[in-house]
Write a protein that binds this ligand. Structure first.
Ligand SMILES: [Fe+2]
Length: 231
């Protein structure tokens, strides 16, 4: 079933993104003009398109496929994230809330790693999409052995513009490290819940599990709803 569209005739996803492996041909992307893609409207357009997608389907793979295409388009241009949500901290990586759906069906965060910073090995317990906006990120993915210990399964260096996915269904345990030694890296994540309120876990390599609820680093979120100075 096609997604509702926002602006003008829809573009079929495969016509927008050449690498069709990310995409489901059953869904449509809204057509967004260059004028509408201003700094302050990019995130609002993404939020609306993602809400449309979730209204059209609850199928996780369809959400990951079409959501990846939407996220790839959001991170294709690095001119819209306010500086306060891209600010590294000298002591640890930061997770800034950019938007949470009113029904907590999804949330959008920016992750900021300073040089040398890394997450612990952790899970998410819901689907998630990770898109690198700036810099690079090393992703190490882990699986569970019958003993309960963790086994490293793959490692990948994601560059700006690339999107990765996680979920309990496709693989949910990973560790993410800044891929740059001398600069911060920033990525935009979308999760299938209010991720800062979800009880999930960190792990040691032997599989020992420790529950945590991440919360967020920021007390205020971006205002992308003021249309008074926009078309
Ligand atoms: Fe993660």
């Amino acid at each position: 079933m096609p997604c509702p569209t926002l602006h003008g005739p829809p573009l079929k996803a495969r016509d927008v993104f050449k690498h069709g492996s990310l995409l489901s041909e059953n869904y449509w992307l809204p057509r967004v003009t260059s004028q509408q893609q201003s700094t302050t409207t990019r995130l609002r357009g993404f939020v609306t398109a993602f809400a449309d997608l979730l209204a059209a389907t609850r199928d996780e793979q369809a959400i990951l496929d079409s959501g990846s295409a939407l996220l790839a388009r959001l991170i294709a241009t690095d001119d819209w994230l306010p500086e306060e949500f891209a600010r590294p901290d000298p002591d640890r990586y930061q997770q800034y809330l950019l938007h949470c759906d009113s029904r907590e069906r999804f949330s959008i965060v920016s992750f900021v790693w300073g040089p040398g910073q890394s997450t612990p090995i952790h899970d998410h317990s819901v689907w998630g999409l990770v898109g690198v906006l700036r810099g690079a990120e090393k992703v190490e993915r882990f699986g569970r052995l019958p003993s309960g210990a963790l086994a490293a399964e793959s490692e990948e260096l994601l560059h700006a513009g690339q999107v990765d996915a996680v979920s309990p269904r496709i693989g949910d345990i990973h560790r993410v490290t800044n891929g740059l030694a001398d600069r911060p890296s920033v990525s935009i994540h979308v999760y299938g819940a209010n991720i800062g309120a979800v009880e999930r876990a960190t792990y040691t390599p032997d599989g020992a599990r420790k529950s945590f609820i991440s919360g967020y680093a920021n007390r205020v979120i971006p205002n992308f709803w003021d249309r008074s100075k926009q078309p």
